[in-house]
Each structure stands twice: as structure tokens, then as C-alpha cells.
Design a protein around this ligand. Structure first.
Ligand SMILES: [Zn+2]
Length: 332
């Protein structure tokens, strides 16, 4: 098993990489990967009826073709110009316009929105009001702020198609929304569940761990069959969301157990007045104790469980201490 890099802080090997010396990880089961990409590096497929999804193997966007124009859901820069190529392909095959008229942002992050400006200034951009505030603040020309915003719910009707937008709480980011297409049996919820894969660093680089852990339950409260998670090479199912919930619940339970059992005393005895060294030694030990059984359980079940479980465990364990107040002792 690879060493547990619990903190992602210093101590990293900064020498130039030599591929031979890089760590080994468990193989990725074929079922975790999606369809083969074309020569240009993308795959576009039908989700249901006139709803399509496009992936580069790591990121995903989706689009709805309608007689009045194309509604794009996110614009990841890694897919970039291939978004329009995928739209052209599907629009031509179905005899409808390939002109993007609307873009809905799932949230403000550049890795899902950074190709927005490719679609010009004449389209209607829609997003949560916090997405607008953050994009106006960041002033990134690649991500024009949405002109049309909403607070908690909004129904968008374009070309006879219905899209239900909802915001409930902060989770991955403060502005992350649920995009429900009831007439296409589809839910798009980005950066929460990566179907088939463990979350990347620290619960998918999430700002609010407790909101992140709660979001899949809200997702399962909707009626849908197809899940667009914004990441990796395939669509998701309800079973993917349930498996992710179980994984996060196991990390939380294991973190509590480790907080209850790892003794901090040796770290404080060893490091004396260097309190941060003691804290680091202790919390790294808690993380390792909590992550190890979860990695064992999910290796071969969730792709890359051995790569990122320690990072997410550190993050969840901190939230259990700081947000929930667990294992936080009052001085006698
Ligand atoms: Zn994000």
C-alpha cells in the first residue's frame, strides 16, 4: 500500500519526478471508466431524448437541444472547444439548431465554468445569486457572471423543455445547485459524487463538509434515473450515490473511532514546546488510523480509494472536531 499522505502539507518530494520511482496504486476496474473517447478527445452521448452529455474522461458537461436553441449545462475548460463540436454533432444528427442560447452554471468554479466565454456575450447565463456575486468578485473574463439569477428555486422553460433549479444549502461550494430535468429522468449535481470513483482531495475540495455529506440524501429525494456528477467518464446511477454515501459514512464513523482511541500524549511528550509538531503528529496518526480500514474496504470498489481516502479522512475528521465539537475537551 502507498504511504498515507495525510496532510498534503510540506514533506513532499520536490525532486523532479522519475516515473519509475512514483508510487503504485491499485488498478482501476474497467467498469469505472466510461466510453472510449474519439480522436479529438471527447465522447458525446444521449442521456435521454434531447438531453446529451459530453466528457473528456475527467470532466462532464451536458446540453439540451431544443427548437429555440441549445441549453448548455456547465462549460469545463478541459473539454473547451469540444463542447461546441459535440453539440454540432448531435444537432446535425437530429436536425435542430446548434446555437447555444442559454448556459446554466452548476457553481462558480473555473474548472466547470471556464469555457463559458467561448459562447459569447449574446447568450443568457443563469445561475444562483451567489454564483453571480462570486463571479463579479473574481472578474475572470472566461466566466461572465450570470445575468439571470435565483435564490432558492427556479423553473427554466426553454423550447418546451423544463429544467428545475434548486439551492438548499452550502456544500461543495456556497453556490452549488441541483439541476433536475424531470422530463429526462435526470439529476445534475456537480462535485459531490464522482460515479465509481473516490472524491478527489479533501471531499472533492469541499468548503462545507457537513453540507457535502448531506447533499446526496437531497439528491436521492428527487425522482431520477440518470446522474450527471460533473466528473469522470461515465454517468451515475442511484446505486453510485448510495455507495458514495456509505463511503463517507464509513469515513466519519472511522474518524470518531480514531479520535476516541489514538493517544495524543506521546506526541506532546516528544515535541515539548513545539506545539504544532505535536498537533501534526497526533492528527496524522488519527487520520492514518481512521483511513486504513476504509481504504481496505473500498479498494476495488471505488476507483482510487487508495489515492485520496486519507486526504478526505483528514478533512472529515477536522469537521467532526470543529463543526460538530466531537472530541473537543474543555480544560479542567
Ligand atoms: Zn467545484
Amino acid at each position: 500500500m502507498a504511504a498515507l499522505d495525510t496532510t498534503t502539507e510540506a514533506h513532499a518530494d520536490t525532486r523532479p519526478a522519475n516515473a519509475k520511482n512514483l508510487p503504485d496504486y491499485a488498478p482501476i476496474p474497467r467498469a469505472k471508466l466510461g466510453p472510449t473517447l474519439n480522436e479529438q478527445g471527447y465522447y458525446v452521448g444521449r442521456v435521454e431524448r434531447n438531453l446529451y452529455w459530453v466528457t473528456d474522461g475527467t470532466y462532464q458537461a451536458a446540453f439540451l437541444t431544443t427548437p429555440d436553441g441549445v441549453v448548455l449545462l456547465d462549460a469545463p475548460p478541459t473539454i473547451g472547444h469540444n463542447i461546441q463540436r459535440a453539440i454540432d454533432e448531435m444537432a446535425a444528427a437530429n436536425g435542430v439548431t446548434n446555437k447555444v442560447t442559454h448556459l446554466i452554471y452548476s457553481h462558480h468554479h473555473a474548472d466547470h465554468a471556464g469555457a463559458s466565454s467561448l459562447f459569447g456575450n449574446d447568450i443568457v447565463r443563469i445561475g444562483h445569486e451567489e454564483t453571480r456575486r462570486l463571479l463579479l468578485r473574481e472578474k475572470d473574463p472566461a466566466r461572465p457572471a450570470p445575468a439571470e439569477t435565483f435564490d432558492d428555486r427556479r423553473t427554466v422553460e426553454i423550447g418546451g423543455e423544463r429544467i428545475e433549479l434548486a439551492w438548499y444549502d452550502t456544500n461543495h461550494s456556497p453556490d452549488n445547485i441541483f439541476i433536475h430535468l424531470p422530463d429526462h429522468d435526470t439529476l445534475m449535481l456537480v462535485d459531490i459524487v464522482n460515479p465509481g470513483w473516490a472524491p478527489v482531495y479533501r471531499s472533492n475540495l469541499t468548503e462545507d463538509v457537513q453540507g457535502y455529506i448531506a447533499a446526496p440524501d437531497t439528491a436521492l429525494g428527487y425522482s431520477w434515473k440518470h446522474f450527471i456528477g460533473g466528473h469522470m467518464g461515465r454517468l451515475g446511477t442511484r446505486a453510485d450515490v448510495t455507495l458514495h454515501q456509505q463511503y463517507m459514512a464509513d469515513i466519519a464513523a472511522s474518524s470518531r473511532m480514531a479520535l476516541d482511541t489514538v493517544d495524543p500524549t506521546p506526541y506532546f511528550m516528544r515535541y515539548g514546546e513545539n506545539s504544532w509538531a505535536a498537533v501534526r503528529g497526533y492528527l496524522d496518526a488519527v487520520t492514518a488510523a481512521a483511513a486504513t480500514p476504509v481504504i481496505e474496504k473500498y479498494t476495488g470498489v471505488l476507483a482510487a480509494a487508495d489515492v485520496f481516502t486519507a486526504s478526505t479522512t483528514f478533512h472529515v475528521m477536522q469537521s467532526i472536531r470543529l463543526d460538530l465539537g466531537y472530541a473537543s475537551q474543555v480544560h479542567l
